[in-house]
Every structure is written in structure tokens, then in C-alpha cells.
Design a protein around this ligand. Structure first.
Ligand code: BGC
Length: 751
């Protein structure tokens, strides 16, 4: 009967619409809006509240209480249910046995792949390749959708400037522009062209906002983000996600200057809805509504629910303050039913757009479509492009196939660990480890193996002897270490970000053999490998590279692929340099190599003076271990002929940046060209440089190409002294090159 009502409402809407004949998209949207209104009108308050509740799934079992809740329409969304039979049963009960037949939205953290695992997002960011990033999310969406999932909590687009923070692994790094471009690519990958397509899932921009600025890199900690920095650094990736069509947002755990993100009316109403015109919905993070009591922002659950609802959180994840308090809040006049109607309207709209009302079920033939050859190929390409060559003295790499390699280390054959954080569904039996791939490439005779350390944290050294014996027999040593997947990710912040366990000791011992040493690091964050990498002749940063990580690495080691990843985040020399990011302010006393004196060179009893001193550490200096954007190749690239199309630009102009790029080495390769801009003087001081454009370019050896990149003058806008977003007239400097320290530059003016 109720299902009939739905159909009737839908038919009336379609009839009304065909009379007006608007274009297809707006026709669809207004048809959805009318269906939503028709449904909303029939809903009781309890049913509305139900739509606002997200509960954790039963892991393949549905008990009677759960079924009863579904029948009563008390669940809007379920997370962490991945069994298709159970999901179909959940939908059957919701659609056929509840009064209004509203399907449930099935959610899951599908962060960097489902069964086929792609590199961690930070690794994907190192590809600087939106196409590959989009493709990775397309694959993840198809696999997850075949398991009944219709909504992922990704992308995470929190700007991350602190390598201690475990969740830097899930981020796209420190830069607003790179994060915006790749975050948008992720949204498009997950959602596809049509949200209702059986291979599309709804994306969720998280964590709104500022979560990455957790004090000291301690997860869940408070943040202090000045308004200008919030608007110019932390918010842009979220705006880009809205522009890319993201349909949901997740509010963060953190507070910003005392206001928890989950209760932040300014951010979720004024910015997200009014300014950006977002008309999807916001889900809280796990119990983050309830946690506002811990924050001291709400006295009890009722107040927490009230603050989150007023701030614009449509759906509560995990905790039950909405379910338990909304009715009372309305009857006591503390919130209006209109605000609840609006919250539910936004949820229902997304459910309609996702095609759930048309078909909530997974068809038999669409179930469990995992690890197709094309998916594995895409994962391998992403891993290959994500690996960053940080050092390659005397062309240690690539290793010629007729040499014998000693493969050593705790990450060399770890099918599970190489997948990284947030891989609930990742299938480690699909993994190709470095050992497996090198064995296949070289055959047993040319490959010697010693794990030496059971895990990345192992401290005892009893495995060293065998490793050193193997190393002595080989031509080249490849040490594959880093950190296990559980050492990064949520709640896994580290105060010391050196290689854990006895890895440094092992590397030093291996170096003693006198053999060329290649250091491969698989990790969820930048590690402080400065001192130890001095013992290495070559260093590859492989992040947690996912299912095909070993195959990608073998190709790079043996020269079948040329490394092309670039760092999406600054690598500090020592943890005490954090926070460290390339787009900092200049300060009144910028660091100066000519006047910097190392701690060991300061004369004894040198007189106290601040004159001539600049912003630096006397022990660690002022430069990072590796700068943002950095990464080597087996070839070399030369930049020349930098030119802009004008000297002076108007506010609505676009700058055309042209230059020549030449592959000056011996092999074909990819270069990620990067354009940085500095606004020399403003009504407030501006960063020393900011990434404004980039492009990955493939070139054969000896080839030269003309490159042209465009930057809209409006992309140089920032929040001025009056907090208005403007491009201030004046002088600008522009650099082009292969990393953020490039010196090839020119200037221009804006009127
Ligand atoms: C995390 C979110 C995640 C959610 C659901 C939370 O602990 O902060 O990023 O989406 O759990 O698993």
C-alpha cells in the first residue's frame, strides 16, 4: 500500500514535469525534489528521526531487534555491512515491511580500494596524476558497489602538515591546490557520471574541517586555525569537492578554537550551505555528536544533539543522541520541526539521486566483482607512479638484470603490511610483494632473501647474521623496511618518526659489507630517514603501495619503469622541525644560508646577540630533508624559455605560462612540472610561494616539448585584511620547475 503511494507520488511528479518540459538534468532534479516532498509529507516524526540515524551493522547477522528497527523505519543508514545477502535482506525489510518503504543507505570506509588495494592516499597524491587517482576510485567504487555498498567515507581532504599525525596517510598531503585537484578527482571517480549507476558510490568529503591541524599531531586533538588560514588553506579542497559534485560531507572530531567541528554553525551553514550552495547532507564522524560533551561544548546528550542539528549535521553516526532526544527537543520548543524536515529532505534527496528507490538490491550477476585484471593493472600503474626516487648516487638504480640482489628487510615480503591503513576489505592474498615480484623477474639464482627482522618494530638482532651473509654474496643490497600498516592511520600518531625497531642498525650493518645499498621505505607517513639514508646509495619512498606494490617496485628497481612520483608533503630532517611546509610565510627574518651557524661551530662564550640571526634551528638548520614536489627520475629534465603571455594582467585574465621541457637523459620518463606563485606584498603577508598549476608530461629520451599551463588570475585570490576574498593588485613572482625549490622564475603584475 505504502509502496503504491510512493509510486503514485512519483507518477504525479513525472506527469507535472512532462507538462513543463525543462532540460534533462533540472527535470530529473525537480522530479526528485517533488518525490522527496511527497514522501516527507507522509512521514511521522519518528520516521524522520530514523532517517537521521546511522547505526553500525551486525557483520552479516540481523537480529530481531535490528529487524524491528528496520520495520519501524528507525534506521536511515548502516555502516560496516558488506555481505550482499544481508544487505539485500536489510533492503527487503526496509522497502517491503516498513510503513513508507524507504531504503537504507549502506556505508563503508572505502578509502584506497576495496579488495584491490591502491596506494594509500598520500601515495596516490605522490603521482600528481588526477587521471590515475580518479581511476583508482572508479575501481574501488565498482568493487564496493558489487558488495552492496552505496556510500564511502572518502575522500579525506584534510590538509596535513604534520607527519606525526597518523592520518596523514589518508590525506593528499600539505598543499591546498594539489589536494583540491586530486580530491575532486576522487569524488568524480567514486560517483562517476551517474550516482544511480550500479558501479557508482556516493563520496563523502571529510573531515570538515581542520582535523589535520591536530595539536602536536596527536589524533583527535584541538586545533587553532586562524580564520584566514582556515579560508585560504583548509577550506579550499572542500569547496573544490562541492564543485566536483560531492553529495555528502562528514564533520570532524576536532574543535577549532573551542568550537567542535560537529557543532560549528558558521562552517556548516554559512560556509557550506549558504556560500557554497551545497545541497547534499552532512554525517557526523563516529560519535562526534556525543563527544561534544567531552569537549565541554554540551552539558548532556540533549544539548549535544541540539547543537549538532542546529549546526547542520543531518545524520548522526554511531551515537544515539538524535534518536534519544529529538522528539523531546521539538516538544520543548528547543528546535523546530522545520529544521528536522530540512535535514531529512537533504538525506532523502541523495537517496533518490543514488537510485535507491528505483532499485535498492544487488542483482545476483553484479555481486562480488573483484580484482579483475584491469583493476590490478590500474593498481600497479598507480603504485608505479606513486613511488618517489629520493636519491640515486652513481646511478645505483636501476639494477641490471644480470646482477645478484640481496633482498633484506621486514617489509620485503609482507602481503598484508604493504596494503596500508584503512583496508577493512583489502584482500592480502592478492598482494604481490617485492620478494614475489623479484623472484619472478630474476629467478631464484639471482635473488637472495633474508627478512632479518620479523616486523618493522623488531628490536633483536639475531637475524642480522644471515642477512649480512646474503648481502656479501650479492652485487646489490635492496633493504625494504618502513613501518607496518598499523603504525599509521587513525589513532596511530607517533612522537618519534624514525624507522622503528632495529632497522637503522641493520641498515648500518648492511652498509659495512661495502656493497651498493638501496633503501626502500614503505610507510604511511614521511619518516625521518635523513641520517640513515646517508648510508644508502639510492632511496625509494614507496609509501604503503597496495596490492601491486611489489610488482611496481620490481619494475622500478630493474628499470622496466622509470620513477616519477613527487613528494606531496615536505620531509623533515628531524621531528623537531615539524610543522614544516613549503608554503610558509617569509617572516621578518627569513632564514639565510650565509648567516646560519651550526651549533657545533658557535664559538665558546660567543656573546649574546640576536643581530644577524634568522628563523632557523641551530642544530637542524632551516631546510627540510626533501622539499615538497621533489622526486628524481632515471633521466634528467631541463627547463628553459620561461615566458608569460603578458607583463600585466587584469582581474579576469588568465596567465599563460609557457616553457620548454627537454628530456636530457638516456631513457624515457615522466616529469611533473610545477608552477608556483608569490604575491610579493599584500594587505596581509603572503606565503613565500604557492603551487598554482602542475602537469605530468611523458617525454622520450632526447625529446623536447613546449609546455603551456594556464592560471586564472582569480586563482591568486586570498582573504585580505578585511577577510574579503580578493586578488590584490601588485607584483607577483612565478617559478616553474620540478620541485618547490626551483629557481627558474619571472615576474608579472596584476592591476
Ligand atoms: C573516522 C572516520 C571514519 C569513521 C567510520 C571514524 O573513526 O574518523 O574517518 O569514516 O570512523 O568508520
Amino acid at each position: 500500500m505504502n509502496v503504491l503511494k510512493h509510486i503514485l507520488a512519483g507518477l504525479i511528479a513525472v506527469f507535472l514535469l512532462s507538462a513543463c518540459q525543462p532540460n534533462n538534468n533540472s527535470q530529473e532534479q525537480s522530479s526528485i525534489d517533488q518525490q522527496v516532498e511527497a514522501l516527507l509529507e507522509q512521514m511521522s516524526l519518528e520516521e524522520k528521526i530514523g532517517q537521521m540515524c546511522q547505526v553500525n551493522g551486525g557483520g552479516g547477522t540481523l537480529n530481531d531487534d535490528f529487524k524491528q528497527m528496520l520495520k519501524e523505519g528507525r534506521i536511515g543508514s548502516i555502516l560496516n555491512e558488506v555481505d550482499v545477502t544481508t544487505i539485500n535482506e536489510i533492503q527487503r525489510i526496509s522497502v517491503e515491511e516498513s510503513r513508507l518503504g524507504i531504503p537504507v543507505l549502506i556505508a563503508r570506509d572505502v578509502i584506497h580500494g576495496f579488495k584491490t588495494v591502491f596506494p594509500i592516499p598520500l601515495g596516490q597524491a605522490a603521482t600528481w596524476n588526477p587521471e590515475i587517482v580518479r581511476e583508482g576510485c572508479r575501481v574501488a567504487a565498482a568493487e564496493a558497489a558489487s558488495s552492496g555498498i552505496k556510500w564511502t567515507f572518502a575522500p579525506m581532504i584534510d590538509i596535513s602538515r604534520d607527519a606525526r599525525w597518523g592520518r596523514i596517510a589518508e590525506s593528499l598531503g600539505e598543499d591546498p591546490h594539489l589536494t583540491s585537484v586530486l580530491g575532486a578527482a576522487m569524488v568524480k571517480g567514486f560517483q562517476g557520471d551517474d550516482l544511480a549507476d550500479e558501479n557508482s558510490i556516493i563520496a563523502c568529503a571529510k573531515h570538515f574541517v581542520g582535523y589535520g591541524a591536530a595539536e602536536g599531531g596527536r589524533d583527535y586533538n584541538s586545533t587553532l586555525i586562524p580564520p584566514r588560514e582556515l579560508h585560504d588553506v583548509y577550506l579550499p579542497p572542500f569547496e573544490a569537492a562541492v564543485d566536483a559534485g560531492v553529495r555528502t560531507f562528514m564533520s570532524g572530531f576536532n574543535d577549532i578554537d573551542g568550537v567542535p567541528a560537529t557543532g560549528n554553525e558558521y562552517l556548516m551553514r554559512d560556509v557550506l550551505r549558504d556560500k557554497w550552495q551545497f545541497d547534499g547532507f552532512v554525517v557526523s564522524d563516529w560519535a562526534s555528536v556525543w563527544e561534544m560533551i567531552n569537549h565541554g561544548f554540551a552539558a548532556d546528550e540533549k544539548e549535544a544533539a541540539k547543537r549538532a542539528i542546529n549546526a547542520g549535521v543531518n545524520m548522526e553516526m554511531a551515537s544515539t543522541t538524535y534518536e534519544d532526544n529529538i522528539a523531546a527537543l521539538i516538544s520543548e520548543g528547543l528546535i523546530s520541526e522545520a529544521i528536522i524536515d530540512q535535514a531529512v529532505r537533504e538525506i532523502l534527496r541523495v537517496k533518490y539521486e543514488a537510485g535507491l528507490f528505483d532499485n535498492p538490491y544487488i542483482a545476483e550477476e553484479n555481486q562480488y566483482q573483484f580484482a579483475k585484471p584491469a583493476y590490478l593493472e590500474a593498481a600497479k600503474l598507480a603504485a608505479t607512479q606513486s613511488m618517489v626516487l629520493l636519491k640515486n648516487n652513481k646511478q645505483t638504480l636501476p639494477v641490471s638484470k644480470n646482477k645478484t640482489i640481496a633482498l633484506v628487510g621486514p617489509m620485503a615480503n609482507q602481503a598484508y603490511e604493504q596494503l596500508g591503513t584503512w583496508i577493512f576489505d583489502g584482500d592480502s592474498t592478492l598482494s604481490v610483494t617485492p620478494l614475489m615480484a623479484l623472484q619472478q623477474e630474476l629467478g631464484a639464482g639471482k635473488l637472495l632473501f633474508a627478512q632479518a627482522l620479523a616486523t618493522s618494530r623488531t628490536k633483536h638482532t639475531k637475524g642480522f647474521k644471515q642477512a649480512i651473509e646474503q648481502a656479501k654474496k650479492a652485487d646489490v643490497i635492496v633493504f625494504c623496511g618502513g613501518e607496518e600498516s598499523i603504525l599509521s592511520g587513525e589513532a596511530h600518531s607517533r612522537a618519534n618518526i624514525d624507522l622503528p625497531g632495529a632497522q637503522n642498525e641493520l641498515i648500518r650493518a648492511l652498509k659495512q659489507t661495502g656493497k651498493p645499498l638501496v633503501l626502500v621505505v614503505m610507510a604511511g607517513r614521511p619518516l625521518t630517514i635523513g641520517a640513515v639514508s646517508e648510508h644508502a646509495d639510492a632511496v625509494i619512498y614507496a609509501w604503503h603501495p597496495g596490492t601491486m606494490g611489489g610488482a611496481a617496485l620490481a619494475d622500478i628497481l630493474l628499470g622496466k619503469a622509470n620513477p616519477s612520483g613527487k613528494l606531496p608533503v615536505t620531509f623533515p630532517k628531524v621531528v623537531g622541525q615539524i610543522p614544516m611546509h613549503y608554503n610558509h610565510k617569509n617572516t621578518g627574518r627569513p632564514a639565510n644560508p650565509d648567516s646560519w651557524t651550526h651549533i657545533d661551530e658557535i664559538p665558546v662564550k660567543a656573546p649574546q646577540t640576536s643581530l644577524g640571526n634568522e628563523s632557523h634551528y641551530i642544530d637542524a638548520g632551516f631546510t627540510p630533508l626533501y622539499p615538497f614536489g621533489y622526486g628524481l627520475s632515471y633521466t634528467t629534465f631541463a627547463y628553459s624559455g620561461l615566458q608569460l603571455d603578458k607583463d600585466v594582467y587584469a582581474q579576469d585574465d588568465r596567465i599563460q605560462v609557457s616553457f620548454e621541457l627537454e628530456n636530457t637523459g638516456e631513457v624515457a620518463g615522466d616529469e611533473v612540472v610545477q608552477v608556483y606563485v608569490r604575491d610579493v606584498a599584500g594587505s596581509v603577508s603572503r606565503p613565500v610561494k604557492e603551487l598554482k598549476a602542475f602537469k605530468r608530461i611523458s617525454l622520450n629520451q632526447g625529446d623536447k616539448t613546449s609546455v603551456m599551463l594556464e592560471i586564472a588570475i582569480q586563482d591568486l585570490a586570498f582573504h585580505n585584511i578585511d577577510m574579503e576574498k580578493v586578488v590584490e593588485p601588485g607584483e607577483f613572482q612565478l617559478w616553474v620547475g620540478g620541485d618547490s625549490t626551483t629557481e627558474l622564475s619571472t615576474t608579472f603584475k596584476v592591476e
